[in-house]
Ligand binder design. Structure first.
Ligand code: AHR
Length: 628
């Protein structure tokens, strides 16, 4: 392909072009990014998921049961683990963790637990191999607890050596003679060091992986998990704040109870810590079973959304801003609020366009006129009708590679009046011979993990979005994470288990990283646009002064030669080309085997100012050259 990148008639791009989306799915919060290592630490549950002592086991013949004491730990954490009986010098309990515990010698772990009942003596906490019984860490806590009162104890330890895997358990034991009758435990917690040493913080390696993508926005809480499976459960942000003792938990829509240890404030800090801006999802009166609230019933929830925005952005003179300050944080930047999630799919009676969207829109825009409000219908006009509604929409795209690769021009004719968020996207299947229809049919096949040609097809789609970046707010892959031991949705961008060495950054991760790390601030037209097998977008970055070409090759018959110049960049200029390939286009990365190959090369403009190079089939490239 041969073309010139013009130096005029460009469009300013969105500064939010690449971001992240997060909801607790696939144990991506609890057992994922949230660094808590003990599973079922506070015996939470409600009418959807029964409370239980799952993941806890007896040591030394103790009897374990779920207790509902007349003096619970708190009004929110009303059930506890009762331990009685047993004999010998070592009785107590052990926990499975989130399918194991990491033991890393370099880490100083911090833990705590509450006890009720008469226990006087040392509680030994051990991190040990569950088959080998290898001891990695041990500490002793002097306990003198009484019946009828809860006492908290803290502990810390540093393993003596690394464990080769996460097949480890954490035990709490004591001499049987130390207990008089049954003793009860609650909120048993253990954290490794967290990203930026945040108390109640996030897992370091996953945060570092996210930070490396240089994302600009953080759509959270996004997805179905905000909606709640049925009344009265919804992602009630007010219940996710303050001391962990007062967080009851939330019956997540993905089949498991959320501890709510990862709450609204933690989301905002997470965003801040890696340079993203929160794009807040608010609950809008829709439960996932299709139940919706009437206009009258909506009013307290509209107020709740206003309070939520005040919590994040208000100063200390406001009620909710003052509460946030009391929790130790100043206001957070907020420019985008999304009203609901996928109401276009779940709201069978169309109450969203009829009145729910407008009720939220009117109230929020009256108090916060500078916010961009996002409809969860991407066909914005369906929900907004005519001006003065000035909303954006949220487009979600889950597709096969061939579908994605055909969407380079998808946004070309979209209006810039309602810039779109691409709040979720992913290639979810391999190409299915003879099938090019919508992927959402019962029993549709799914890829287990992103695979190379799917990730290249995603690049084509993303370049199409970048090409229209005056109309697109930004794009976020979904879902972001999967725990390899338990997941509900595949494929996902990053996979992991309790062992830090097992984290897999997918092929899509590397494509996003390449595209998101080099930002075009002004798109510029090129003299030729060809819709495949080579796709490209070009422009410049006004901060670095560089000229940029981003390209992908999908399904060509061989290498594609590129020959192009940038108006204003002369002969002899030297640019840097980085491109990604994989040896097997069908393959996915696996534990310890990243299949993405990164190639770099310097390319000098010839005497006519043209840069020449060839890109292989199924490749994604970024070329950057300083102006000379
Ligand atoms: O990303 C997984 C799910 O896909 C989200 O929860 C939902 O918004 C979409 O249907």
């Amino acid at each position: 392909v041969t073309f010139t990148v013009k130096s005029t008639d460009g469009n300013a791009t969105s500064p939010y072009a690449y971001g992240l989306m997060f909801e607790d799915i696939n144990n991506s919060g609890d057992g994922g990014v949230y660094a808590e290592l003990i599973q079922n630490r506070a015996f939470q549950g409600d009418g959807i998921y029964n409370k239980s002592i799952t993941y806890w086991h007896s040591v030394g013949g103790t009897a374990l049961s779920l207790a509902n004491l007349s003096t619970p730990l708190s009004a929110e954490l009303t059930s506890s683990l009762q331990v009685s009986g047993g004999s010998g010098k070592k009785v107590g309990v052990y926990n499975d963790g989130f399918w194991g515990f990491p033991a890393v010698a370099a880490w100083e772990y911090q833990g705590s637990f509450y006890v009720e009942g008469s226990l006087t003596g040392n509680v030994t906490v051990q991190l040990a191999g569950n088959y080998s019984k290898t001891l990695y860490a041990e500490t002793s806590v002097a306990v003198a607890s009484k019946a009828g009162a809860w006492t908290q104890y803290k502990y810390s330890f540093k393993p003596t050596h690394d464990a080769p895997n996460a097949n480890n358990t954490l035990s709490f034991t004591w001499d049987a003679s130390a207990a008089k009758g049954a003793v009860n435990f609650n909120l048993l917690s253990l954290f490794p060091p967290t990203y930026k040493n945040r108390p109640n913080g996030n897992r370091m390696d996953l945060m570092e992986a996210m930070a490396d993508l240089k994302p600009s926005f953080f759509r959270a809480p996004g997805g179905n998990n905000i909606e709640g499976s049925k009344a009265p459960y919804w992602w009630n942000w007010t219940q996710t704040l303050g001391p962990l003792e007062h967080r009851a938990g939330f019956p997540g829509t993905w089949g498991y109870e959320n501890t709510d240890g990862l709450g609204l404030l933690e989301y905002a800090i997470w965003a801040d810590d890696i340079g993203m801006e929160l794009l807040l999802g608010i609950w809008d009166g829709l439960y996932l079973d299709g139940t919706t609230l009437t206009l009258a019933e909506l009013q307290p929830y509209i107020q709740s959304a206003l309070d939520e925005i005040e919590f994040l952005t208000g100063d200390a003179s406001t009620t909710w801003g003052a509460y946030r300050e009391s929790l130790g944080h100043g206001p957070f930047p907020l420019n985008f609020v999304e009203i609901g999630n996928e109401d276009s799919l779940s709201d069978k009676n169309r109450t969203y366009p009829a009145y729910r969207f407008k009720a939220f829109y009117d109230a929020i825009s009256a108090k916060y006129p500078d916010l961009t409000l996002i409809s969860s219908y991407y066909d914005v006009d369906e929900t907004t009708g005519q001006p003065p509604y000035n909303a954006s929409g949220d487009f979600h795209e889950y597709a096969t590679p061939v579908q994605m690769s055909q969407q380079f021009g998808y946004f070309d004719n979209y209006t810039s009046e309602h810039p779109l968020l691409i709040g979720e996207w992913a290639v979810i299947d391999y190409n299915i011979p003879g099938f090019n229809g919508p992927v959402w049919y019962a029993g549709a096949p799914r890829a287990y993990f992103p695979f190379w040609y799917g990730s290249v097809a995603e690049a084509v789609f993303l370049l199409g979005a970048e090409r229209n970046s005056d109309k697109i707010i930004g794009a976020a892959y979904a879902p972001g994470f999967m725990n390899l031991n338990k997941w509900e949705w595949i494929p996902d961008n990053i996979a992991y288990d309790a062992y830090p060495g097992n984290t897999i950054l997918s092929t899509s991760y590397y494509v996003i990283k390449l595209l998101a790390n080099t930002r075009i601030t002004e798109n510029l037209p090129t003299t030729e646009a060809q819709l495949g097998p080579a796709f490209w977008v070009a422009g410049r970055n006004d901060k670095t002064g560089s000229h940029i070409l981003k390209a992908a090759v999908y399904n060509s018959t061989g290498n594609v030669p590129f020959s192009f110049n940038f108006e204003g960049v002369g002969a002899g200029a030297v640019g840097q080309l980085t491109y990604l390939t994989a040896q097997n286009m069908n393959a996915s990365s696996t534990i310890g085997n990243n299949i993405v190959q990164t190639h770099t090369q310097s390319v000098r403009a010839n005497r006519n100012g043209y840069f020449n190079f060839a890109l292989p089939d199924y490749s994604v490239a970024v070329f950057e050259v300083d102006a000379n």
